[in-house]
Ligand binder design. Structure first.
Ligand SMILES: Cc1cc2nc3c(=O)[nH]c(=O)nc-3n(C[C@H](O)[C@H](O)[C@H](O)COP(=O)(O)O)c2cc1C
Ligand SMILES: C=C(O[C@@H]1CC(C(=O)O)=C[C@@H](OP(=O)(O)O)[C@H]1O)C(=O)O
Length: 387
């Protein structure tokens, strides 16, 4: 399975084309739109999210509620396009007008300057339109299809906020379903109601100060059989695919599994997960400090992965930069931005992880028809239970 996204932030639409989804998977636009609307929510978002109402249209690959096996084409319209028609139209505009509108002042922390140098753009709108995290809507659409595959295979996934600006949520004992419900109800998408208000206050304070804040998101995947991924090929290790996917999300700077970087400060006896066996559960672990992975493959314990998001780079309190035309320094000024997008990003991360898990399963159990995939995985589960 693979996918490609196209579309600019203030352009007409975002398009996602997914190839390799087996036939006869039940799939409705509502399954995808539900994920998209979740991504839009969360305390700290700017005015743009009041303009957009992300609903997907399935343009191909699905008929009468089931996938056909052909590429799936998904479209999300940008409602904001109506305000940007002149700036984002595909036809050439008057040269003077073009120069007048050019963005020549790169924002620190954005792709503006490096992207302009790479593609030779003197107008950095040509960079920022595509580097914008608006694209994560198209990625969530792909992830929603992946989630549907996982759901039908009895694999469930949830993403939520662990930390915002140093305010940490406590670990809580909850079923995955409860985690979904609690994070959904929280304006900051955390599971810890004690710190919820503190997180919101920190976001409000950052906004008041013209600043921005980042945080940490966590994703848990339950129901994975052991042995998915690879110890044989570096590029088929599922943990590395997940880490790569997480760091590919705009503003994400790192990923860790289980106890993560804490492992560097502990002895081996405090890190590795002892192996147990009983009739009912088959092989399982006493602990899950390694977050569900050994040797690039799942252990059968829940996958636990965290991603760190830097503070949003566009600041109302401007940082210094240089105008690429005049080479003069300036203090960037902006019109609108999110002050914290960690809650929204937890939804993005959930879908990015779902994608990597589903595509790896399909690579390991290649089937053109979804019922055959399901059967193969059921048989494999039975095989490893009796191993
Ligand atoms: C859901 C989400 C929303 C974001 N919103 C903004 C925003 O409003 N303003 C901004 O400057 N950056 C925002 N970002 C981050 C930038 O897109 C990102 O920092 C930038 O593209 C540079 O990429 P890098 O940080 O990965 O290097 C957002 C990121 C995510 C995941
Ligand atoms: C549009 C989305 O996020 C945008 C991501 C973003 C950025 O620079 O990454 C900047 C902002 O865009 P705008 O300048 O239009 O307000 C966010 O609103 C979205 O998440 O759908």
């Amino acid at each position: 399975m693979r996918y490609l996204t196209a579309g600019e932030s203030h352009g007409k639409q975002l398009t996602t084309i997914i190839e390799g989804v087996p036939s006869n998977l039940p799939l409705l636009a509502e399954d995808i739109s539900e994920s998209l609307l979740r991504r839009q929510k969360g305390h700290g978002r700017g005015r743009r999210m009041q303009i957009e109402k992300d609903l997907v249209e399935i343009k191909g690959g699905v008929r009468h509620g089931y996938t056909l096996g052909s590429p799936i084409s998904l479209v999300i319209e940008n409602d904001d396009f109506k305000h940007w028609r002149n700036i984002m139209g595909e036809h050439p505009i008057d040269e003077d007008e073009e120069v007048k509108r050019q963005i020549t002042r790169p924002r620190p922390g954005h792709a503006d300057l490096n992207g302009a140098m790479k593609y030779g753009h003197r107008d950095m709108r040509n960079v920022l339109e595509r580097s914008s995290a608006r694209e994560t809507a198209a990625r969530v659409a792909a992830g929603a299809v992946a989630k549907k595959i996982l759901h039908e295979l009895g694999i469930h996934i949830v993403g939520y906020v662990k930390e915002i600006a140093g305010i940490r949520a406590q670990d809580v004992e909850m079923s995955l379903k409860e985690k979904q419900e609690v994070s959904e109800a929280s304006p900051v998408r955390t599971l810890d109601q004690q710190v919820e208000q503190e997180m919101m206050d920190a976001i409000d304070q950052a906004k008041k100060d013209g600043d921005s804040i980042g945080g940490v998101c966590e994703v848990v995947v339950e129901g994975m059989p052991a042995g998915v991924g690879s110890y044989v090929h570096y590029d088929r290790k599922l943990d590395s695919r997940i880490a790569g996917g997480v760091v590919s999300i705009n503003a994400f700077k790192g990923a860790e599994f289980g106890i993560g970087f804490e492992a560097a400060r502990k002895n081996g006896s405090e890190v590795h997960d002892e192996i147990l066996w009983n009739e009912e559960q088959g092989y399982h672990r006493r602990t899950n400090r390694l977050g569900g992975f050994e040797g690039g493959m799942t252990t059968g314990m829940p996958i636990i992965v965290r991603g760190v998001m830097k503070p949003i780079p566009t600041l109302y309190k401007p940082l210094q930069s240089v105008d690429i035309e005049t080479k003069e320094p300036f203090q960037a000024s902006i019109e609108r931005s999110d002050s914290c997008a960690v809650p929204a990003a937890s939804v993005v991360m959930e879908h990015v992880v779902a994608w990597e898990v589903a595509r790896t399963l399909l690579e390991q159990f290649p089937h053109d028809q979804f019922p055959k995939l399901k059967k193969a995985i059921e048989e494999y589960r039975e095989e490893i239970r009796c191993f």
